[in-house]
Design a protein around this ligand. Structure first.
Ligand code: FES
Length: 125
């Protein structure tokens, strides 16, 4: 089954940029890291299920969520790598077992660039 869905032109996502999209019925963040690769993750933080862009000051673009190749949740400072693992929780907060074990906690989708389009595929394990 081919369930790739084109969402935006590849040229519309620069290195270091984050855009909010809806695809497969999910609110996602689509971003391009400094190595040029694109990633699609849920826009809801696994900490308290907050919509991450809403934690930014009003009018701030979602690109501010990306620091190099890490997404930083603006609510309580959790940091996520491109594998969906939480790689940083500020001191004083509880660290859940899944984070301690290094398991991915941020849901991710496959992304490919095809015929000038960025396409979102299946949920990754
Ligand atoms: S809701 Fe994201 S760090 Fe708390």
């Amino acid at each position: 089954m081919d369930d790739w869905i084109g969402v935006i032109n590849t040229s519309d996502l620069d290195v270091g940029e984050v855009v909010e999209i809806t695809c497969h019925g999910e609110d996602l963040l689509l971003y391009r890291t400094p190595d040029g690769h694109c990633h699609a993750v849920t826009a809801y933080c696994p900490h308290l299920n907050n919509y991450m862009p809403n934690g930014l000051p009003p009018g701030t673009p979602p690109t501010e969520l990306l620091k190099n190749d890490e997404l930083h949740c603006p609510y309580h400072g959790w940091r996520f790598n491109t594998a969906g693992q939480c790689i940083g929780i500020p001191q004083g907060q509880r660290v859940p077992p899944a984070v301690r074990a290094g398991r991915p906690v941020l849901r991710r989708w496959a992304v490919r660039e095809e015929n000038g389009m960025l396409e979102i595929g299946q949920l990754l394990p």
